[in-house]
Design a protein around this ligand. Structure first.
Ligand code: SF4
Ligand code: SF4
Length: 93
């Protein structure tokens, strides 16, 4: 069977959004739901613990520009502990 690769006609106009991940550490309970559900596999659980003793998520080193600001992590977090903002081009702060 022959498979045809199809390219959207407006592909050159598509702009992939970028997001910057923010965490409110003291709210996190380390459940890893955000890690499991991120479609870009941007997140992982770090070795850092919050005041409650839970290990908190972080952006995987090297994937700082791969968040697409889909806000899915925010949607699934049961503690309202993680959110993203449109990337302003600065990942240092
Ligand atoms: S906004 Fe989307 S891509 Fe970015 S970290 Fe959250 S789930 Fe992943
Ligand atoms: S889903 Fe929320 S509470 Fe669970 S690890 Fe992620 S930020 Fe923490």
């Amino acid at each position: 069977m022959r498979v045809y690769a199809r390219t959207p006609l407006d592909i050159s106009k598509v702009i992939v959004p970028r997001g910057q991940v923010h965490l409110i550490p003291e709210r996190c309970k380390g459940c890893e739901i955000c890690v499991q559900f991120c479609p870009q596999n941007v997140l992982c659980i770090s070795d850092e613990r919050n005041q409650k003793g839970y290990r908190i998520p972080m952006v995987i080193p090297g994937k700082e520009t791969e968040c697409v600001n889909c806000e899915f992590c925010t949607l699934v977090c049961p503690e309202f502990a993680i959110f993203t903002l449109p990337w302003n081009g600065d990942h240092d702060g």
